[in-house]
Design a protein around this ligand. Structure first.
Ligand SMILES: C[S@@+](CC[C@H](N)C(=O)[O-])C[C@H]1O[C@@H](n2cnc3c(N)ncnc32)[C@H](O)[C@@H]1O
Length: 315
């Protein structure tokens, strides 16, 4: 209801540019995305060729990095948001950037770029947004959306080209349960409100004390991401599911969608730097017996390659 009221106010005052506008300050959103440059640098190690397509470039952090580190490249950003495209065009002009941007939809890439024309297609922190926001068969949080995006990227990929995915991941085994003890007085209130508001799936909470609860590990993590980002991001964080597949579900999805000829060159997952530190003074994270345990992996880095020739496809 709150979301709808905010959107209505934005519409009334003509503040919304399109459906992809953010509820909170757009400039802050874009700047925040850019501050994570160091976390995204890892993608550069896997970029191949010179024709590089960055899907959903946001603040343009990756476009800048690719341009700096690959002087022979021609990075192209494709984003669906009018605001993002306009802000990037201003940035390009002000900073005399070589990269270019176009407005387009990640699910229909062939409409904007030629088939088999790209050496690298990058999805950095965007597939979880597509998964969360796009309705397919009347349903958000639908893995078919991720499949459609992968299909579309694979079609515009040249032989020998790569799709690079950096995004949220769920941990395995999914049956693990974790205990959270809040060190802040309003932590439990946050968790109970989150369980009501999270649009992705029901969150299972077993409350075992005033400040303690036990949850399935992936529910615990999904909550902790939102808790980390705080009140300002809450309205859109509860609409987004950050981890949508476990590593093995991701690999299965890639194989089922792109067929056995697509080569998974890398499938790595890790805990993104920053979460443990940001949460250490706010919660204790434990196994069911109350022993402190590390936070599980939050992020995956997956590299898929389109084979160059028939031989490679059968390797
Ligand atoms: C979380 S931001 C990711 C920014 C950037 N890739 C990064 O790693 O910093 C997601 C971006 O995807 C864009 N986006 C959302 N849906 C899209 C779609 N269907 N097609 C293209 N871009 C989309 C948003 O406008 C936003 O700029």
């Amino acid at each position: 209801l709150y979301d709808k009221a905010v959107l209505l106010l934005f519409d009334l005052f003509g503040l919304r540019r399109d459906a992809y506008d953010r509820f909170h300050n757009e400039e802050t959103y874009l700047t925040d995305m850019n501050q994570t440059a160091d976390f995204k640098r890892v993608i550069l190690d896997y970029v191949t060729g010179t024709r590089i397509l960055d899907i959903g470039p946001g603040g343009g952090v990756l476009l800048d990095l690719i341009e700096q580190e690959r002087p022979d490249s021609k990075p192209l950003g494709l984003d669906i948001s009018v605001n993002v495209i306009e802000a990037l065009k201003r940035k390009k002009q002000l900073e005399h950037r070589r990269w270019d941007v176009i407005k387009g939809d990640a699910l229909q890439l062939e409409e904007y770029v030629e088939t088999e024309s790209m050496d690298t297609v990058i999805f950095s922190s965007i597939l979880h947004e597509l998964y969360s926001y796009i309705e397919r068969d009347g349903k958000r949080f639908n893995s078919q959306t991720v499949e459609a995006a992968l299909h579309s990227a694979y079609r515009v990929l040249a032989p020998g080209g790569r799709i690079i995915i950096r995004d949220g991941i769920m941990t395995e085994p999914v049956e693990q349960r974790r205990r959270i003890r809040f060190l802040e007085p309003d932590g439990m209130e946050w968790l109970l409100r989150y369980a009501q508001d999270f649009a992705g799936r029901p969150i299972e909470i077993e409350r075992i004390g005033e400040h303690e609860a036990v949850l399935p590990v992936n529910d615990a993590m999904e909550f902790l991401y939102t808790y980390t980002w705080g009140a300002e991001a809450y309205v859109h964080e509860v609409q987004e599911q950050f981890g949508y597949f476990t590593p093995s579900q991701y690999e299965e999805c890639i194989r089922n969608t792109l067929g056995p000829q697509a080569i998974i060159r890398l499938s790595r997952h890790y805990l993104q730097e920053g979460y443990a530190e940001a949460l250490s003074s706010r919660v204790e994270f434990m196994d069911e017996q109350g022993q402190p345990v590390p936070l599980p992996d939050s992020t995956c880095l997956i590299v898929i390659e389109k084979p160059n020739n028939r031989d490679e496809a059968t390797k």
